[in-house]
Design a binder for this molecule. Structure first.
Ligand code: ATP
Length: 218
């Protein structure tokens, strides 16, 4: 019998990409034994305009994943005009992989805690599963509707997501990386170079060469 296709996606602003994204995505790829696709958004719907352009954020992702065979990049959200709504991305992915393919959309706990503010958030599960990644210091959802939605759809094990194409929410605790893009941008703003434990050297070199995240660029 032919196995259903499994697609695992990890969306974000990646301004810049860092070891929290990369470490979580590679650990997940190992656990699920499938590559993880990173999807940079063009115009994040819930936050200020990124400090780096779409082209620069994509270039940093390419540098960071050069030697990571299990990490892929999909720039479909960069090519789409207007706000980058996840519902649009997962619905077009569903059309691509067909009704039986397994689609898993990963997001950190901080992002999941705000899910109820996303465009058509309740409809996401018609197209995809959600996989919540534990993140150091992240608060659990507080919104009552979101908590009920989570309880209604949650499954205990990551592996259960592979049993159907969409509709479930799992969470996973991977190696923890206490790093955020905000802290990295602040370091560059203050003229400090963040250590290689926080982001790849090639990305640091790119940020420096492009003079990114300087106060005068704001
Ligand atoms: P910023 O500090 O600018 O808000 P960020 O570090 O949260 O950025 P994003 O690009 O906004 O990075 O995040 C993309 C996705 O990666 C989100 O779902 C977020 O929760 C998740 N994520 C970011 N950092 C980590 C981390 N250290 N561990 C686990 N998940 C993370």
């Amino acid at each position: 019998m032919k196995m259903a296709q499994v697609k695992v996606c990890f969306g974000g602003t990646f301004d810049p990409v860092h070891c929290g994204h990369l470490g979580s995505a590679t650990a997940l790829a190992k656990r699920l034994k499938v590559p993880v696709t990173l999807l940079p958004n063009r115009q994040p719907a819930h936050r200020a305009k990124p400090g780096a352009s779409s082209k620069q954020r994509l270039a940093m992702l390419q540098l960071a994943t050069e030697s990571e065979g299990q990490l892929l990049i999909d720039s479909c959200e960069l090519a789409r005009m207007g706000p980058s709504y996840t519902i649009d991305t997962v619905s077009s992915m569903r059309a691509e992989i067909g009704p039986h393919g397994v689609l898993i959309w990963c997001l950190g706990m901080d992002a999941f805690a705000q899910l109820h503010t996303w465009h058509k958030w309740r409809e996401l599960l018609q197209f995809t599963h959600l996989l919540i990644l534990e993140r150091p210091g992240s608060e659990l959802p507080q919104d009552a509707e979101l908590k009920a939605f989570w309880q209604q759809h949650q499954v205990a094990e990551l592996g259960q997501l592979l049993g159907g194409p969409s509709g479930c929410i799992a969470s996973v605790c991977l190696p923890q990386f206490a790093v955020s893009a905000t802290a990295i941008r602040q370091a560059f703003e203050q003229g400090r170079t963040p250590p290689a434990t926080l982001l790849p050297k090639t990305v640091v070199q790119y940020i420096t060469a492009q003079n990114l995240y300087k106060v005068e660029n704001k």
